[in-house]
Design a protein around this ligand. Structure first.
Ligand code: ZN
Length: 74
C-alpha cells in the first residue's frame, strides 16, 4: 500500500471505477476527475484536482470499509 500522502493517480481511480462521462465533456461525473477524452477510458486528474481526488479516494475506501463491516455483522 502506498502511504496516505502519496499523490493519487488516474490509475487508482481507474481501478476503483471506469470513468463515467456524459459523452460530451471529459469529466467523470462520479468522482469529478478529468478524463482522457469525452468517451472517457481513463482518469487523468488535473494537478489542481489532486487534493480533491485524494479526498474522494479516502472517502470511497472508508465507505467500502463501513459497507464490509455492516455485511460482516449479518
Ligand atoms: Zn471517476
Amino acid at each position: 500500500m502506498p502511504p496516505d500522502d502519496a499523490v493519487p493517480t488516474g490509475g487508482q481511480l481507474d481501478e476503483d471505477h471506469p470513468p463515467e462521462t456524459n459523452g460530451r465533456m471529459a469529466v467523470c461525473r462520479r468522482c469529478g476527475s478529468r478524463t482522457d477524452d469525452p468517451a472517457g477510458s481513463h482518469h487523468v486528474p488535473a494537478e489542481r484536482q489532486l487534493d480533491r481526488v485524494r479526498d474522494w479516494l479516502a472517502a470511497e475506501s472508508k465507505r467500502l470499509d463501513i459497507k464490509r463491516a455492516l455485511e460482516a455483522r449479518r
